[in-house]
Ligand binder design. Sequence first.
Ligand code: SF4
Length: 219
Amino acid sequence: MSRPSLPYFEENTDPLSSRIATGLHKIGLAMKQQAWLQANEEGLSATQGQILAALATHGALTGSELSQRLGVTLPTISDSVRVLVEKKLVTKSPDPRHPRASLLTLTKRGAQLGARARSWPDFMAAAVADLSAEEQRAFFSGVVKMIRSLQEQGLIPVSGMCVTCVHFRPNVRAGATPHHCAFVDAPLASDQLRLDCPEHELAGEAQRAELWLQLMRPT
Ligand code: SF4
């Protein structure tokens, strides 16, 4: 016996793109809430935790570099850094590269908290682990495309991704590792693309557009 069709859902279902956006919004809320809860446990704000995690990951940075990496305004970074210095979690020293800027470095206690703050998104990794290998690859590809789109619209900072890096050589060979990183002179698979590479060097607008075209072009 054939199953009845379900015209109700054909007429009453939002487009898939809208439902994906709704799903991402829910995931974003969960991440915000977790970051807030875990920061609170350490007596920090979520931004202060992000700053400690960024310094633990990338080493000493200036306020402007933190603002760029975290996508947070410079005045907000300055307020949070002032508190972190008062709490003796961060120290300021002159930046040899820019005489008028200060370099922010973690103290011993700041490094301990920074290492813990880096693991805050781990709860999300457990949820991602529930996806099959194929689902993870498709999801990662979608995430890379979405982040790049948001970056090119100026909605989040352009930093750290292979697809916007001067060293990236997309689709230069056939096979499992079609891409190449000229910085370390090594082949890269599509699911090995970096999202937060410390060696990333931002390509110019025209080169970024060309890199994306080459990446999307089948080999
Ligand atoms: S330097 Fe980093 S971001 Fe740039 S291509 Fe190599 S791995 Fe990717």
